[in-house]
Design a protein around this ligand. Structure first.
Ligand code: JD8
Length: 269
């Protein structure tokens, strides 16, 4: 996979030189290229922004540097990339989208700053490319570079050979399959006692079946506590009898609508 990033803060993408993505690049599993947008400015101040038409706060990124930069990047590769535009007004970035993007040969990320990029840039490339406006969450950041770091790591770890065989994204939370809508349960490692705190006996039992059941129950417990919306949207058909009894123990029952909902406390008269 090839990934290009165009930004006014190329140094912000330094983390893509280390850890999982850095190693994937060293091993030739991933080709990441970071470009400084100012290379495509021609005035003495390398201007990339101007005041917003219609007035209002802040500045807007000018279309010309982005047009020249994206044209140059597109001309430097084969085929057509997916253009990923981080924006708080985008569609949610999900594991499902990460899986979809990991199947593409070429991604181009356009992290912006200020109030964002002149809309005509999105329209210009939307006519000829698959453009995805994506948000990584319902909070406001100062720019798109941090979202690019998040999305590149989420996609890169899904590429064949990037995760060592010890690691696997097969059991990822939110990934299609049994643990689809469940959060990860708690994890433990040596020593068996730390500050007078032990480890759940079942994990020391060597009984794989019981360990797997305990882990699934703990995943339900944490999901019910932190993401009840995931319990409401989970497909009951993917749950077995023991799953349902754990959910019942956590106060969740199957409603007439075929979805799990919280059990209504029966008020004694
Ligand atoms: C790109 C400029 C800042 C946004 C005025 C603050 C994503 N989940 C997310 N939160 N924020 C962003 C994001 C913010 C950005 C840019 C992404 C480019 N800003 C702007 C509009 C309001 N300032 C994001 N993905």
């Amino acid at each position: 996979m090839r990934i290009d990033v165009v930004t006014i803060f190329p140094e912000y993408l330094e983390p893509l030189n280390v850890s999982l993505v850095g190693k994937a690049r060293e091993r030739g599993l991933l080709d990441v290229r970071v470009h400084d947008l100012r290379e495509w400015t021609h005035d003495r101040h390398n201007t990339v922004d101007d005041t917003p038409y219609g007035g209002g706060p802040g500045m807007v990124m000018k279309p010309e540097p982005w047009g020249e930069a994206l044209d140059a990047v597109l001309e430097s590769g084969e085929g057509s990339p997916v253009l990923v535009v981080p924006t708080p007004s985008g569609r949610p970035f999900t594991q499902e989208l990460a899986v979809e993007l990991s199947g593409k040969p070429w991604l181009v990320f356009t992290p912006a700053r200020y109030e964002g990029i002149d809309r005509r840039v999105i329209e210009e490339y939307g006519d000829r490319l698959d453009v995805r406006e994506v948000s990584i969450g319902d909070y406001v950041l100062a720019g798109g570079e941090a979202p690019v770091l998040v999305m590149v790591e989420a996609v890169a770890r899904l590429l064949p050979g990037v995760l060592g065989n010890a690691e696997s994204h097969r059991d990822d939370s939110f990934a299609p399959g049994a643990m689809a809508d469940l959060l990860e349960g708690p994890v433990f490692t040596k020593p068996p006692v730390w500050r007078d705190r032990g480890v759940p006996e079942v994990l020391l039992s060597g009984h794989h079946g019981k360990v797997a059941r305990w882990r699934r129950d703990e995943a339900f417990r944490r999901t019910a506590q932190n993401r009840p919306d995931l319990i409401e949207r989970c497909d009951p058909a993917t749950l077995d009898k023991k799953d349902r009894s754990m959910l019942a123990a956590l106060g969740w029952v199957l409603g007439e609508d075929g979805r799990f909902g919280r059990a209504v406390e029966s008020v004694e008269e």
